[in-house]
Design a protein around this ligand. Structure first.
Ligand code: GLY
Length: 390
C-alpha cells in the first residue's frame, strides 16, 4: 500500500487557534479539510491572556495592522456567538473594556502620546485622572497618576476558544492527524502534501502552513518562501481572585512600568492572568525566577493587593514574531502553499478575520481587500525591491 493514506482539498499544518479557525472555515465552505498537529488546541493559546486590545496595543507605524485588528474586533461578538451556539461551550468572551494607567511622569507622558495617536486614528479612548481611575478600579495603587479608559477593548479565554475550535472542526468533519509534520512534499514546483512523523503522506490540493513560531522550520519548504517568523517568549502568571466582596478588578488593567508592559486580565471564573515578558531567546520556554519576579513586582505596583492572591500557574509561550509585527496571510510564491502565521501579539484578536480571509483565499485564490496588505509576498526578495512593506 502506498504511504499516501489520505487526501484532502485543504491540509492545515498547525492546530493552534489560527490553524483551527482556518480549517473550520474551510470545511464550512465545503472543502475536505485536515489538520496536522500532535496536540490540536495547544500552542500559544494555552499561555495567552486573550486581550482583544486593538486600541490599547496601538503602536506607531502599525496603522495598516490596526485596520485588520479593528476588523477582527468587530467580528468578535458574532464569531463568539456562532462558536458557542455550535459547540455549547462558553468562551469567556467578556465585553469588559480596558484601563491603561500611568504610575509616574514618564509613564504618563507615554500614555498621553498613545492617547494622541488613538485620537489621530479615530479611536475611542478617554483620559482619566488618577482619582477617576481608582473610582473605576478601587484596587489600583494610590500612586496611579492617570489613565486611558478604552471601553472597546475586551477579552476572551484563549484556552476555551481553542477547545471550542477543536469541537467546531470535529463537527464540520475536519480530519485530525495527531502527529508532527516532518516535511512538505513538492513535485514540479507544486506542493502535493506532507510527510508525517508516522510515515504517512497525506496528499492535499492546498496546504496552509499555520505553525505559529514553528512555521519557519518545516523541512521541504523552499528557502525563498520560508516565512520569516521567529519565536518571542512571553512568561505569564495565573492567580485566583477572591469572589467575596464585589470584583477584585472589573476590567483589564495595564501599564508600561519602566518600559515593560504588564497587564492584569480578570476572568469571570475568578482567574486573574498577569502578563507578559517579551524575550528574544530562541526556543527557550523556561519560566524563570526573574521573569516571575518582574511580572509580580510590576503588577504589585499597579494593584498592591495582588500579593494576597494564590499564584496557581506560571507558564511561558512563544509568540510568532514577524519582521513588521503583522501576520502573513495567503498564497506564497510556491503553488499550493499558503501561510497563516506571524500574528505576533495579536493571534487571539486576529482569529476571526484570519479564518474568514483564509477561507476566502482558499476558495477564490484572492485575499479579501482588508487582508491584501498582509500577503507573504511583501517579504519575497523580488517584491521587496519594488514595493513598500505593509
Ligand atoms: N498581546 C499580549 C502579548 O502578546 O503579550
Amino acid at each position: 500500500m502506498s504511504p499516501t493514506s489520505t487526501s484532502s482539498d485543504v491540509l492545515v499544518i498547525g492546530g493552534g487557534i489560527i490553524g483551527l479557525v482556518t480549517a473550520w472555515r474551510a470545511a464550512q465552505r465545503g472543502f475536505a479539510t485536515a489538520v496536522v498537529d500532535p496536540e490540536p488546541g495547544g500552542g500559544a493559546a494555552q499561555v495567552a491572556a486573550g486581550m482583544l486590545a486593538a486600541v490599547t496595543e496601538l503602536h506607531y507605524g502599525e496603522q495598516t495592522l490596526l485596520g485588520l485588528n479593528l476588523a477582527s474586533a468587530r467580528r468578535y461578538p458574532d464569531f463568539a456567538a456562532e462558536l458557542t451556539e455550535l459547540t455549547g461551550q462558553d468562551l469567556g468572551y467578556r465585553r469588559c473594556g480596558t484601563l491603561a494607567v500611568a504610575l509616574d511622569a514618564d509613564d504618563r507622558a507615554h500614555l498621553r502620546e498613545l492617547h494622541a495617536l488613538q485620537q489621530q486614528s479615530g479611536l475611542e479612548s478617554q483620559w482619566l485622572s488618577g482619582r477617576e481611575c481608582r473610582r473605576l478600579e478601587p484596587m489600583l495603587a494610590p500612586g496611579v497618576r492617570g489613565g486611558l479608559r478604552v471601553d472597546g477593548d475586551h477579552q476572551i479565554d484563549p484556552r476555551r476558544l481553542a477547545g471550542a475550535l477543536v469541537a467546531a472542526c470535529e463537527r464540520a468533519g475536519v480530519v485530525f492527524h495527531r502527529v508532527w509534520a516532518e516535511r512538505l512534499t513538492v513535485v514540479r514546483d507544486r506542493v502535493t502534501g506532507v510527510v508525517l512523523a508516522d510515515g504517512t503522506e497525506p496528499a492535499a490540493g492546498q496546504v496552509v502552513l499555520a505553525g505559529g513560531s514553528l512555521s519557519g522550520r518545516l523541512a521541504g519548504v523552499p528557502q525563498d518562501v520560508l516565512p520569516p517568523v521567529r519565536p518571542v517568549k512571553g512568561q505569564v502568571l495565573r492567580l485566583t481572585m477572591p469572589q467575596r466582596h464585589g470584583p477584585f478588578l472589573s476590567r483589564t488593567v495595564r501599564a508600561v512600568v519602566r518600559g515593560s508592559h504588564v497587564y492584569l486580565v480578570p476572568r469571570a471564573s475568578g482567574e486573574l492572568v498577569v502578563g507578559a515578558t517579551s524575550e528574544e531567546l530562541g526556543w527557550d520556554t523556561t519560566v524563570t525566577a526573574g521573569g516571575v519576579y518582574e511580572l509580580l513586582r510590576d503588577a504589585h505596583e499597579l494593584v498592591p493587593g495582588i500579593t494576597e492572591l494564590p499564584l496557581t500557574e506560571t507558564r511561558a509561550g512563544l509568540r510568532p514574531g514577524s519582521p513588521d509585527n503583522a501576520p502573513l496571510l495567503g498564497p506564497t510564491g510556491l503553488e499550493g502553499l499558503l501561510l497563516a502565521t506571524g500574528h505576533y501579539r495579536n493571534g487571539v484578536l486576529l482569529t476571526p478575520v484570519t479564518g474568514d480571509a483564509m477561507a476566502h483565499v482558499l476558495a477564490t485564490g484572492e485575499l479579501p481587500e482588508e487582508a491584501r496588505p498582509f500577503s507573504p509576498k511583501r517579504f519575497s526578495p523580488a517584491t521587496a525591491l519594488t514595493e513598500q512593506p505593509a
